[in-house]
Ligand binder design. Structure first.
Ligand code: AOF
Ligand code: ZN
Length: 365
């Protein structure tokens, strides 16, 4: 006999399969169970398309009467691109609804559950809530801050180096970890690097996945003095590029770059360079809900010091490089005291191929 928890786990796993495909919407899974039989399942597949509950009720049909609905996010109460799911739940005849977490969208935020409860249906909220919130950490951050969710990713050796003193870095991590990074690129809306990385490595920053047509993230290049060479790889393929620069940038070069379909975001400068908070606000307005920051060291340091990293994904390779002048993942200004270190909380550590993957979150307070 399966338990409430098993059904919610199934709903979460259904939702998980759509990760990166629903932006700006959350991922949501729904399962309807009648007398121990799963009579309906649903996934929200894409923004603008039907919500998870709609698919699940469609499948369940008359079997929904007297059934239990398990849903990973509170059913919505608003008319968005689709009508409110709470009304659908009310009319479906289900007798019980189990919700993993409330919807942080201010248009919903508890109102969906209220509608269902007022209709006399039993509602429980909070089953596998932590898992559900983690699954939608990007969406929750978007709703609460109106900013994209920032992931800082880097790969280093066991002794904390990302390249030799000459800048040679191919490869630090093994194949499995590198493949994971492409899966991550496939999920995020944008990938961000500084101009230093473009000048040094001339990267493509595209998604390359075997046996699967990936989605390229929008490339965001921080380039306050517009130093980007016209033949840079990021300017010469079909993937989209945004250059973040300042209002003082050379208008002739801007015009030339616009001919290459490059978009521009203009930000003010502070002592530390481009104002990152202002940039994130503009990227969000541009529809970017998450950003994968892939360096280099100065950019990583700027984001970390500004308190703008929401999640760290760090790969550690079983190699010791040494070298007084080897390059490290986080540069920036020197600090005098250990107390000034940015504190993080380790969420998980796993082996990916021969490498170690650490997921950490900034420690609050
Ligand atoms: C649900 N089930 O499967 C999803 C929900 O523009 P719309 O109509 O698609 O509404 C998007 C909002 O609806 C989104 O911001 C979030 O609050 C909620 N998403 N709700 O009941 C779902 N995807
Ligand atoms: Zn809905």
């Amino acid at each position: 006999m399966l338990t409430d928890r098993d059904y919610m786990e199934l709903a979460l796993n259904l939702a998980r399969t759509a990760k990166g495909k629903t932006n700006p919407n959350p991922v949501v899974g729904a399962v309807i169970v009648k007398d121990g039989v799963i009579v309906g399942t649903g996934i929200h597949r894409k923004a603008g398309e039907a919500h998870a509950e709609v698919h699940a009720f469609h499948m369940a049909g008359e079997h929904a009467k007297g059934a239990t609905l398990y849903v990973t996010l509170e059913p919505c109460s608003h008319y968005g691109k689709t009508p409110p799911c709470a009304n659908l739940v009310k009319e479906s005849g289900v007798s019980r609804v189990v919700v993993a977490t409330l919807d942080p969208n201010p248009l919903v935020a508890g109102k969906g559950v209220d509608i269902i409860r007022k209709a006399g249906i039993e509602v429980e909220v909070g089953l596998l809530e932590n898992e559900a919130r983690k699954l939608n950490e990007r969406f929750i951050h978007n709703m609460l801050t109106n900013r994209p969710f920032v992931i800082s990713k880097f790969a280093m050796t066991l002794d904390g180096k990302i390249a030799t003193h000459t800048g040679h870095s191919k490869w630090i991590s093994g194949e499995a970890a590198r493949l994971e990074v492409h899966k991550l690129r496939n999920e995020v809306d944008a990938i961000l690097v500084g101009i230093g990385t473009v000048l040094k490595d001339n990267p493509l920053l595209t998604t390359r996945l075997p046996n699967q047509k990936g989605k390229n993230p929008i490339r965001v290049i921080l380039d306050s003095h517009l130093q980007i060479p016209m033949d840079a790889n990021v300017l010469n393929d079909e993937a989209e590029t945004i250059i973040v620069t300042t209002t003082g940038a050379d208008p002739i070069k801007i015009a030339e770059l616009k001919k290459k379909n490059v978009h521009f975001i203009y930000c003010s400068k502070n002592q530390k360079g481009i104002c990152l908070d202002e940039m994130l606000e503009q990227l969000y307005k541009h529809g970017i809900t998450d950003v994968l920051v892939e360096g280099g060291g100065e950019i990583n340091a700027s984001f970390i010091r500004a308190g703008l990293v929401n999640k760290y994904i760090i790969y550690i390779a079983p190699k010791i490089l040494g070298g007084r002048h080897s390059i490290t993942p986080v540069a920036g200004d020197d600090v005098d005291n250990m107390n000034l270190a940015a504190k993080v909380e380790i969420d998980s550590f796993d082996k990916v191929g021969e490498d170690l993957r650490i997921i950490a979150y900034p420690k609050l307070g």
